[in-house]
Design a protein around this ligand. Structure first.
Ligand code: HEC
Ligand code: HEC
Ligand code: HEC
Ligand code: HEC
Length: 132
């Protein structure tokens, strides 16, 4: 009984950790809703996004979505740091060539859906991604 008690708490914490953050070292958990609060006014609910299904099951390369542009070319390579979209794409305004965050997401998500999975992945219908 005593032994069970001493094990139960760490086990519970470990389970919560895995649930919240995914397997340590894998970089990210599978299901990660996209929700940035820094827009001028937040109109839509969070967008569910299954990261690992996109990266592994559908088999898209990391650099389909992650980039570092140098001289107009994406030079991101495996092992390079992955920064959040918002660190470069400002939520409030376009900065030079760098489009606003909302436009960046829409172009990335909708662009690929239209091209690679027409009729199957949400494209025009807002509620396909912005689920209530
Ligand atoms: C393919 C998926 C997808 C579709 C379809 C889509 N969006 Fe989005 N949208 C996103 C993602 C991802 C974000 C980024 C959310 C964030 O940064 O928190 C976003 C952000 C936004 C934002 C800025 C954040 C906010 O809540 O104010 C607005 C406004 C928005 N979308 C409106 C729309 C409208 C209107 C439509 C339909 C015409 C639409 N979206 C269709 C994926 C989608
Ligand atoms: C279909 C698009 C897509 C693919 C493919 C993809 N990612 Fe992502 N990844 C995203 C999006 C979107 C985010 C959320 C970025 C944000 O919140 O600004 C993200 C977040 C991440 C983060 C967390 C960054 C942070 O600081 O929160 C890491 C790490 C990451 N991706 C690594 C990878 C690796 C490694 C691969 C290839 C095995 C990969 N991604 C493939 C779209 C993708
Ligand atoms: C390190 C800074 C940086 C980060 C982080 C970043 N971007 Fe970009 N992004 C840029 C720059 C700079 C351009 C403009 C490239 C050009 O036109 O010369 C760009 C262009 C784009 C474009 C249009 C060209 C293309 O590659 O399709 C899309 C869409 C886009 N970003 C979406 C995203 C999304 C989604 C994320 C997060 C997963 C993200 N970006 C993270 C800097 C960044
Ligand atoms: C590089 C291509 C690509 C990008 C970028 C991409 N998707 Fe997808 N997405 C797909 C494919 C392929 C499917 C699967 C369609 C099918 O066969 O069911 C899909 C399916 C989905 C679905 C349907 C449910 C599911 O998971 O099967 C949602 C929701 C979704 N994507 C959200 C997003 C959001 C949000 C973004 C942007 C952050 C995004 N996707 C970016 C290719 C992409």
């Amino acid at each position: 009984m005593q032994r069970w008690k001493t094990l139960a708490l760490p086990l519970f914490i470990a389970t919560c950790f895995l649930y919240l953050f995914g397997i340590p070292g894998s970089g990210s958990s599978g299901e990660m809703p996209i929700y940035n609060k820094e827009y001028k006014s937040r109109k839509k609910p969070p967008v569910p996004f299954d990261h690992d299904t996109h990266a592994f099951d559908y088999g898209f390369a990391c650099d389909e979505c992650h980039h570092i542009y140098k001289m107009g070319r994406n030079v991101w390579e495996e092992g390079d740091e992955v920064r959040r979209c918002m660190e470069c794409h400002d939520p409030k305004e376009k900065k030079g060539r760098v489009m606003k965050l909302q436009v960046a997401f829409h172009r990335n998500c909708q662009g690929c859906h239209k091209q690679s999975a027409p009729g199957e992945a949400p494209f025009r219908a807002c509620y396909g991604c912005h689920v209530k």
